[in-house]
Design a protein around this ligand. Structure first.
Ligand code: SIN
Length: 321
């Protein structure tokens, strides 16, 4: 299955998710198994895509809740490989919704692609009475053909940037949101209508050393995520730091309350952890907004990244030493 468009070839890489999920009954939208249908079948089942043919490749077949280093390494390698081909204009990745924002962040950070890389997904399995995957795929192809570069996410007619996107709903078809930044664009009948400037791929130079280290490590530096809440304590952090583990904790991201505040008992344990060399980064558990820096801030802040993206970012930072 390989052909070209006027603008260049498109590649669709499959990694699994609900878009490739199957349930026993068509009316069942929740107790299905993700990652069952291969990406070639997903694409050939969409009549609107039959005019163009695509190169498709099954990179993985996972429920994205189980996403981890080995699949990420393979995906980063395959995306980078295809982007290097002069006749390939863009890469589309089908992915589960649950950790899609982390993969999108990873691809943007490591590859800073000049060509478009578009992640898409579904909230209903392929076996559903009305699956949303086919339209999301059609929209992702439109974005791949009309976008300039960088990593974006297409879901329910909306286009989000890799840095801002977050899954915000457990069930709705439009499960993603970009918070204060807002969506980049929407897709209407195959046309991409922009709302704001497209974040450019290549805006920052690719850190070849970081990419190389990421691709060669057996495990990422361990960074854990803790949440500050009413009645928080420091026991969990103390237990993490005390662990004589094969993979000791190198960093902790705190999802703080409000503007990055932390319960005093948790803060005491975090201060001890920091004194023992553990990097502590502050984000906010609020769904919207970012930690607004001020002189009283207890720790480095996450530069607007959500807790899960900040966790990955810190782990990548720590790869450098
Ligand atoms: C997954 O993330 O792989 C399952 C859930 C989904 O794709 O919506």
């Amino acid at each position: 299955m390989s052909s070209s468009t006027a603008a260049g070839r498109l590649v669709i890489l499959g990694t699994g998710g609900t878009i490739a999920g199957r349930a026993e009954r068509a009316s069942d939208n929740v107790s299905y198994t993700a990652g069952q249908v291969n990406v070639a079948d997903l694409v050939s089942a969409v009549p609107a895509l039959s005019a163009s043919r695509f190169e498709v490749e099954q990179v993985a077949q996972v429920d994205s809740k189980d996403m981890g280093l080995s699949v990420w390494q393979l995906l980063v390698r395959r995306v980078a490989h295809h982007l290097r081909q002069p006749d390939i204009s863009s890469v589309i990745v089908t992915h589960g919704t649950d950790t899609l924002e982390e993969t999108a962040y990873l691809l943007q950070r490591l590859l800073q692609p000049i060509k478009p890389v578009v992640l898409t997904c579904a909230m209903r399995p392929a076996s559903a009475l009305v699956p949303d995957g086919p339209q999301n795929l059609i929209d992702a192809v439109a974005v791949a053909q009309q976008a300039q570069g960088g990593v974006s996410v297409v879901c329910a007619g909306q286009v989000h940037s890799a840095l801002d996107v977050a899954k915000v709903h457990t069930y709705r078809l439009d499960a993603f949101d970009s918070g204060d930044a807002g969506a980049l664009a929407c897709v209407e009948e195959g046309r991409v209508r922009r709302f704001r400037d497209w974040p450019q791929g290549g805006a920052a130079p690719v850190d070849a050393g970081e990419l190389e280290r990421f691709l060669s490590v057996a495990a990422l530096p361990r960074v854990e995520l803790v949440t500050s809440h009413a009645d928080s304590g420091g026991d969990m952090v103390r237990a993490l730091v005390a662990q004589d583990a094969q993979r000791p904790v190198r960093g902790i991201v705190v999802a703080g309350t409000g503007n990055g505040t932390v319960h005093r008992d948790l803060k005491e344990a975090l201060d001890d952890a920091r004194a023992r060399g553990v990097r502590v980064v502050l984000s906010s558990r609020c769904a919207h907004g970012r930690v607004v820096p001020h002189p009283g801030l207890a720790y480095d802040h996450s530069q607007g990244l959500s807790p899960v993206k900040a966790r990955l970012a810190l782990s990548l930072d720590l790869l450098g030493g």
